[in-house]
Design a protein around this ligand. Structure first.
Ligand code: ADE
Ligand code: ZN
Length: 324
């Protein structure tokens, strides 16, 4: 089974590039930029990755990315992930980035996107991994800052497939960003947003994302099972959910494998992804292995999860078909 999963052509749709920053690279970038880290070794840093909720994870995540300062830093970050992706037979990835996590501490938007874009181009040419960027807004910042970020992104529109929404969900519902998402749609961006697992008001947030905002897909979204009517809406529209089993186990009490099984059985386009693999100790291959172990998935079911992912990518139809 391990070999089957390793050989399966994969598609990753829920991956925060800042969440792929491994401790080793963190130390390298800190050295390059003359920064002190509050840890004396990689082991000590990893030992501090003890989260039990979304906010406790986010604190470490934002702290960790402060070593990213220059265009080459963002290039190296993305290139390291894309090398890992190639090793795991990921053929295509849609990669989230959090520009406001950088612009809010003085790193210009163009430094971030140019570094990431250059890595994506090199990875396609050298590693045969295709990827696109999804720009996420931080939902715990004001909607006005998201709108300003959206406007700042417009000169780079050709480099960005769509927009997402992440960070701390508590008190930050989808409708807070209704105007931003409307403008993003008008600009031609595709739309997704996080509805994290077991948050306060998860099901109402899913309803707002699907019905009020009209997203193309939902990141996480497993709580949709609480409302059969919404499950039917998602089935009718053929929408996908980007689920992240190992991540679920860090920010809630379980991987939510039974919920994922139910969604698969209902015919929802469930996909399996790694979220923040440097922090949750598992890339997409390990996520598939963990879920397979929990649910005794067959070869055919594993292949179906990857077909679901390729099917809901934001690629033009002819490129999508080339993977299916
Ligand atoms: N930012 C990075 N990873 C995230 C996650 N899993 N949920 C919300 N915001 C995030
Ligand atoms: Zn996420």
């Amino acid at each position: 089974m391990k070999d089957f999963i390793a050989g399966l052509p994969k598609c990753e749709l829920h991956l925060h590039i800042e969440g792929t920053l491994e401790p080793e690279l963190k130390f390298e970038l800190a050295g390059r930029n003359g920064l002190e880290l509050p840890y004396s070794s990689v082991e000590e840093m990893r030992a501090a990755y003890a989260f039990d909720s979304l906010p406790s994870f986010l604190k470490v995540y934002y702290e960790g990315m402060q070593v990213l300062r220059t265009e080459p830093d963002f290039y190296d970050l993305a290139m390291a992930y894309l090398r890992k992706a190639a090793e795991q037979n990921v053929r295509y990835a849609e990669i989230f980035f959090d520009p406001q996590a950088h612009t809010s501490r003085g790193v210009p938007f163009d430094v971030v996107i140019r570094g990431l874009r250059r890595a994506l181009m090199d990875a396609e040419a050298r590693l045969g991994v295709r990827a696109q960027l999804i720009m996420c807004f931080l939902r715990d910042f004001q909607a006005e800052y998201a709108m300003a970020t959206l406007l700042e992104s417009l000169p780079y529109k050709e480099w960005i497939a769509g927009v997402g929404l992440d960070s701390d969900e508590k008190g930050n519902p989808p409708v807070k960003f209704a105007a931003v998402y409307e403008r993003a749609r008008q600009e031609g961006y595709l739309l997704t947003m996080h509805c994290d697992v077991d948050q306060e008001n998860s099901i109402e947030h899913i309803r707002q994302a699907v019905e009020d905002i009209g997203v193309n897909r939902v990141d996480h979204g497993v709580n949709i099972l609480e409302d059969q009517r919404l499950v039917e809406v998602v089935l009718e529209r053929g929408m996908g959910l980007t689920c992240c089993p190992i991540s679920n186990g860090y920010v809630t009490d379980s991987m939510k494998s039974e919920a994922i099984r139910k969604l698969m059985d209902l015919g929802v386009r469930v996909t399996i992804n790694s979220d923040d693999p440097a922090y949750f100790a598992g890339y997409v291959g390990e996520n598939l292995e963990a879920l397979q172990g929990a649910l005794q998935l067959t070869h055919e079911e594993l292949a179906q999860l990857e077909r679901n992912a390729f099917e809901i990518t934001w690629l033009p139809r002819h490129l999508k078909d080339a993977y299916l």
